[in-house]
Each structure stands twice: as structure tokens, then as C-alpha cells.
Ligand binder design. Structure first.
Ligand SMILES: C[S@@+](CC[C@H](N)C(=O)[O-])C[C@H]1O[C@@H](n2cnc3c(N)ncnc32)[C@H](O)[C@@H]1O
Length: 252
């Protein structure tokens, strides 16, 4: 039987590469490693890459193994999920991987301007009815810009046609340079070693026969960000009045 949540939280409290801060402490004292991840934690000056909404952290750990000369930090609010990647990277002795338990909305408390080179967003909830909660919405782009370097890159991998179409429109509306995009990664011979890493959610959607979409773009500085003005068809397989159990978890 797997470990229960409390045992996982106990484990993580002792892990040297897992950071979790109560909001009150953040407000009062701030995060003392902000702007100093290189010197104080990674002990190198390699680029820092975040996986936002990392779940079990498959991209954080997978990319960490592929790229020893980059540093990876998985970010999620859910600690029990993150434990899987935290444990694997600790046991593998990886010094270029860390995990941060926080709400993404607080990300600028943890990183200084320009401290982050790239951001991966892997299989986020598309938040079809709540643009403010959508991780590729302009509200989040503003937050990402605060911490990204000038030519900072964002990667989105998703099953959701809604999320992919919305993101492509948001990118177009704000004139962000697109480096690569496909609406059918695994039937296009474009998947490489990096794009073939599969997250927990990705595997579930693949098992249900969905195509995987991917876009990579440069999140350049913009004076003003504009929400795209388009109607996008909702994903038919996803419930948007979500109860606690997602459509995926309930098999609907
Ligand atoms: C659908 S799951 C995907 C997890 C993982 N990336 C995967 O592909 O298996 C979305 C994850 O994003 C996290 N998440 C969503 N919104 C968040 C936010 N605002 N702050 C922190 N985590 C968030 C959730 O806790 C959840 O673990």
C-alpha cells in the first residue's frame, strides 16, 4: 500500500530540496533565497527552469536527468503529489532539482526579476470558464514576466483543445514569438526526447485516445497585455462546473 498524505508530508519536511512556506511567514519575512537560488542552493550559475502545476514532477525530474547543466524546480500547491518527484530526485542524488510548494499566484515572492529562464506548464486544468485562473491567461503572463529573463521561454503541453487554442490566440494577440507548435505531437514525428517525457495526467489522457498539443513561445516584455477576443469550443469530455472529483478522476 502507498504512503498516506501525512507520512508524505513528514518525509518532505525533512527533504533538503523541498521548500514550503506559510503565507503569513512570506508576508512577514519574505523568502530569504529569492534572487539567490544559484549561489545558495544550486551552487552554480546554470539556467533555472520551473515546472508550474508540476503534480508528481515528471518533467522536473525527467528534464533534470536529461540536462545536468540546467536547474529545475517543480512548483505545485499539492504536497502529496510532489512527494513522488521529490523522493525520486533525492534517492537519485540529483543536485539540479528542487520542489517548491506554493500557489503559483505567489511566485514573485520566491524569484527575483530575471532569475528564471524557462517555464513549463504541463497538463493544466484549462479553466474553461475562468480566464483569471487559466495558467496561460494574461493575468499569469504578467506574473511570469516579473521573474523571467528578457528572452524567457514558456512551454505548454496539454490534452485540451480549448487550452491550446486559447494559448495560441493569446500568443498571437500579444505578438509573442512562437518557437514551435503542434496540435498533434505524437502523430507528427516531432516528439523528441524532451517532448516524450510523459506526466501522470498526460498518460491518462493518452490512454483515452486524446491527441497531445504543445506550444513553445518567448514571453517578451509587453507594455500592455490583451486578452484574445475569440469564441473557443469547449472540450466536450471535460466538466467545467467541476465538483471536487475531476472528469479524469471520475472517468467521465
Ligand atoms: C491537472 S494537474 C497536472 C499535474 C501534472 N503537471 C501532470 O501533468 O500530471 C494540475 C496541477 O496544477 C496544480 N495547480 C493548479 N493551479 C495551481 C495554482 N494556482 N498554484 C499551484 N498549483 C496549481 C494542481 O495542484 C495540480 O497538481
Amino acid at each position: 500500500m502507498g504512503k498516506n498524505k501525512l507520512a508524505k508530508f513528514d518525509d518532505m519536511a525533512g527533504y533538503p530540496h523541498v521548500f514550503q512556506y506559510p503565507f503569513a511567514a512570506l508576508q512577514e519575512k519574505g523568502f530569504d533565497m529569492k534572487g539567490q537560488w544559484h549561489e545558495r542552493f544550486f551552487k552554480n550559475d546554470h539556467p533555472i527552469v520551473l515546472e508550474l502545476g508540476c503534480g508528481k514532477g515528471e518533467y522536473t525530474v525527467g528534464l533534470g536527468k536529461l540536462f545536468p547543466n540546467k536547474n529545475f524546480i517543480g512548483v505545485d500547491i499539492k504536497g502529496a503529489r510532489m512527494w513522488t518527484g521529490a523522493k525520486e530526485s533525492l534517492e537519485a542524488g540529483m543536485s539540479n532539482v528542487a520542489f517548491l510548494r506554493t500557489s503559483i499566484e505567489l511566485i514573485s515572492y520566491f524569484f527575483a526579476p530575471g532569475e528564471v529562464a524557462e517555464i513549463w506548464i504541463t497538463f493544466p486544468d484549462p479553466q474553461m470558464k475562468k480566464v483569471n485562473k487559466r495558467l496561460t491567461g494574461t493575468r499569469f503572463m504578467k506574473m511570469y514576466r516579473e521573474i523571467l529573463s528578457g528572452d524567457g521561454i514558456i512551454h505548454l503541453k496539454t490534452d485540451s483543445n480549448f487550452m491550446y487554442t486559447y494559448t495560441c490566440e493569446m500568443v498571437k494577440t500579444n505578438h509573442y514569438p512562437v518557437l514551435f507548435s503542434t496540435d498533434d505531437l505524437y502523430h507528427s514525428n516531432l516528439a523528441d526526447e524532451i517532448l516524450s517525457i510523459k506526466t501522470y495526467y498526460e498518460q491518462q489522457w493518452l490512454d483515452r485516445g486524446l491527441n497531445i498539443k504543445y506550444i513553445k513561445f518567448v514571453c517578451e516584455e509587453r507594455e500592455r497585455l490583451v486578452e484574445p477576443d475569440v469564441e473557443i469550443e469547449l472540450d466536450p469530455y471535460r466538466s467545467f462546473n467541476r465538483s471536487k472529483r475531476s472528469a479524469l478522476a471520475s472517468g467521465k
